[in-house]
Design a protein around this ligand. Structure first.
Ligand code: ATP
Ligand code: MG
Length: 562
């Protein structure tokens, strides 16, 4: 892109006034933050009550809670309707024997029933386990087996992917169609009052680095989710808020459901697959104000260039991004073409809610994930667990505890303990550095850092430079084992439409990185792919898989020699 605003993108004048961020950060207190939530009166809690019922009691029963859009289907529901439906689902779960602490799995497409099923299970004290809609049978079976789920809510369209055996704990399968058709009873308090430490949600991680882990969250997570919804999503009463993720990924549940609804937002639930035209149309029609998605989707939109000029997207106040490093190119695209800022957010399934963010009233430094959320203290640690000086790359860690921190990894105490190997710290598994103004710059996953001829090279920086080249839509960069250099930088790229692979094009791309980033970072090998391997639920580039393929290829070549 030719024109650059400046290194830093400043806040747009009339957004959230956070000029006193420094002050807030130093006096921030999680107990105080929880004051807005009613649980403080009794000591007992239920996040499902705080998410929906509380708003009805507070007089907002007629406010629209959700718009549901799928193709031609368009419906809306008020908070009162969502409460009544949730109660109905809760009664049916109870009549099927669900008790406090049971694991109830939900395997449904992105429909209101999916959200309502999750809340209904939590409301009666069970632990909800949302499953991504595109999972195949084995993925569903592994997760239910892992934490011994007793009940599954699904629908008949998904039946072929619902495991019918090999799950000894699973007693009941309910179909959403039947729950919808069952006669609605009235009355009867459904809320089971819980302790802050009682479990409410189990989420399996994306599986970017290995077998997905079953992360259990307790009701106390709500304070963190509520506060980040208020400050980072910046929810206001007249907002129309759209998070594109399915609740089977933690972003789709925490920022698709809990954080916005704890803040009484009107949310959008959209079914169907990604198509740039449909997404822009939805924003224009519903006048979406706050929009949350992921870099992989933004890169697709960016590569489809001019499609957006046919839509009125002026309702947008800001966009949020999560899950993978946000390439500066994408930030500039949104700023130049949409006139809004993209706020990066960093967190993990295990952390329960945002930890590092760009707040609406603060400047953005493209390439950085932002600054620690108030109440969160970040450290960059060396191998011995000591804090490194500003500017040094090390292990990204967070001072414990905070309300969103997971309660346990289901059935795996050793794994859980491995996050806390240094006294007082939670270690993320990511590498980063922090500058003098506290901005945190993601470098790579611990395992993805490339070591070539003694230089440490973060794949993200190389990938971001690659996609600045007009021919490159997406890039995944890994270290390929090399007898001389230890590793060499290898890039896998997807070309944009209209570009043909040729030696001269690949050489041009290589030189582009060499001249604009650094000679040692320029990929020695570039391979063109139709698409990059990605995680199913969150669409993250699987560098682990690229590296595995590369090592396999090397092995085969070796074998041919003998
Ligand atoms: P698994 O733990 O199973 O390997 P995963 O780590 O991808 O999978 P998630 O909990 O979905 O599972 O993702 C958390 C990770 O995603 C972080 O540790 C980080 O590597 C990456 N991530 C999240 N947000 C950002 C961001 N804004 N910038 C860079 N990386 C991010
Ligand atoms: Mg992880």
């Amino acid at each position: 892109m030719s024109q650059r605003i400046s290194e830093v993108i400043n806040p747009i004048e009339d957004t959230y006034n956070l000029s006193n961020y420094e002050e807030i950060r130093h006096v921030y207190d999680w107990h105080q933050a929880g004051e807005d939530l009613r649980f403080r009166d009794t000591g007992k809690v239920n996040i499902a009550y705080e998410t929906i019922d509380r708003h009805v009691e507070d007089g907002y029963g007629d406010k629209v809670a959700l718009h549901y859009v799928d193709g031609e289907t368009r419906t809306s529901m008020t908070f009162r309707e969502v409460k009544e439906k949730t109660d109905h689902y809760s009664r049916i779960l109870r009549s099927n024997g669900v008790k406090k602490g049971d694991r109830v799995f939900i395997f449904l497409p992105k429909t209101p029933e999916c959200y309502i099923s999750m809340l209904a299970a939590i409301k009666i004290g069970a632990i909800a386990g949302p499953l991504f809609e595109a999972f195949m049978e084995d993925a569903v079976r592994d997760r239910i087996n892992d934490c011994r789920g007793t009940l599954l809510i699904t629908n008949r369209d998904m039946v072929s992917r619902v495991p019918q055996n090999d799950i000894p704990s699973l007693e009941t399968i309910l179909y959403a169609e039947d729950i919808e058709a069952a006669p609605v009873e009235h009355g009867g308090e459904q809320v089971e009052w819980m302790d802050l430490e009682d479990g409410m949600l189990i989420h399996y991680t994306s599986g970017s680095t290995g077998k997905p882990k079953g992360v259990l969250h307790a009701h106390r997570v709500m304070t963190h989710q509520y506060e980040s919804g208020k400050w980072v999503l910046d929810i206001r009463d007249d907002d129309v808020y759209w998070c594109t993720s399915h609740p089977g990924w933690v972003t789709g549940s925490v920022y698709g459901l809990f954080a916005p609804w704890l803040n009484r937002a009107t949310i959008v639930i959209q079914g169907g697959r990604f198509k740039a035209e449909n997404w822009y149309q939805l924003i224009a029609d519903l006048k979406v104000t706050v929009w949350y998605s992921a870099p992989t989707a933004f890169r697709m939109l960016l590569s489809q260039g001019d499609v957006l000029k046919d839509y009125d997207l002026s309702s947008l106040r800001h966009i949020l991004s999560v899950g993978e490093p946000l390439n500066p190119e994408v930030i500039y695209w949104a700023w130049e073409r949409l006139g809004v800022r993209i706020h990066d957010t960093w967190w993990m399934t295990e952390t329960g809610a945002h930890l590092i963010v760009n707040l609406p009233g603060e400047k953005i430094k493209p390439g950085s994930m932002g600054r620690p959320f108030p109440g969160i203290e970040v450290g960059i640690l060396d191998e011995a667990g000591n804090e490194l000086p500003r500017g040094s790359v090390g292990q990204l860690a967070v001072k414990t505890p905070w309300p969103g921190l997971m309660k346990e990894i289901w059935g795996n105490r050793d794994k859980f303990d491995s996050y806390f190997k240094y006294e007082g710290w939670y270690v993320s598994g990511d590498l980063a550095y922090q500058d003098d103004e506290d901005y945190v710059f993601f470098q790579s996953r611990d395992d993805d850092m490339i070591n070539s001829a003694g230089e440490r090279i973060g794949p993200f920086e190389v990938e971001s430079k690659l996609i600045e080249h007009p021919a490159v839509q997406e890039a995944g960069v890994v270290g390929k084992p090399d007898p001389v250099r230890g590793e060499l930088v290898k890039a896998f790229i997807v070309l944009r439409e209209g570009y043909e692979q040729s030696d001269s094009l690949l050489e041009d791309i290589r030189i582009f990185v060499r001249n604009n980033l650094a000679a040692h970072s320029a990929p020695r090998e570039i391979e063109v792919m139709e698409e990059l391997p990605k995680t199913t639920i969150s669409g993250k580039i699987l560098r682990r898989e690229l590296k595995r393929m590369e090592i396999e290829k090397q092995k085969e070549a070796e074998l041919k020699k003998v």
